[in-house]
Design a protein. Structure first.
Length: 138
């Protein structure tokens, strides 16, 4: 039995298994890293509180963001929706044109998916802009 031919038959089954295991593994790694970060912050905060108690100082309060479990994400602005909308729309247009020139009109229809996502972002931007301008006019 040749090793190359047996590997050739196993490879189609091995690729999805590796992809699933890696996907789940990466997700578990992200959760573990987040847990370790929070644990270290709690430990450092506990040491700080204990030193403050020993020295008779005021005990610093625990940050609320740490208890709520919120991530440090900046607030989304209307400009973000405009940027995302234009990028998705242009990516969809580029995919559609490339597939139309190289394949067919049926293949170019795949470019409509990112174009629809871009249009949704642009509609959100337009709706938010209209709402903001109406609120400023009052």
């Amino acid at each position: 039995m040749d090793f190359g031919t047996s590997l050739k038959h196993i490879m189609p089954f091995l690729i999805p298994i590796v992809a699933i295991v890696m996907g789940v593994g990466i997700g578990m790694l992200a959760l573990w890293i987040d847990y370790r970060k929070k644990r270290d912050i709690f430990e450092l905060h506990h040491k700080e509180r204990m030193l403050a108690i020993e020295r008779g100082m005021e005990v610093p309060p625990l940050p609320e963001a740490l208890l709520a479990g919120q991530r440090d994400e900046r607030c989304r602005t209307p400009g973000d929706d405009l940027r995302r909308g234009l990028m998705w729309l242009l990516v969809g247009l580029a995919i559609g044109v490339a597939l139309f020139l190289n394949r067919s009109l049926e293949a170019a229809a795949w470019g409509l998916i990112p174009m629809a996502v871009g249009a949704a972002h642009l509609l959100t931007y337009g709706r938010h802009s209209a709402h903001t301008s109406a609120a400023q006019a009052k």
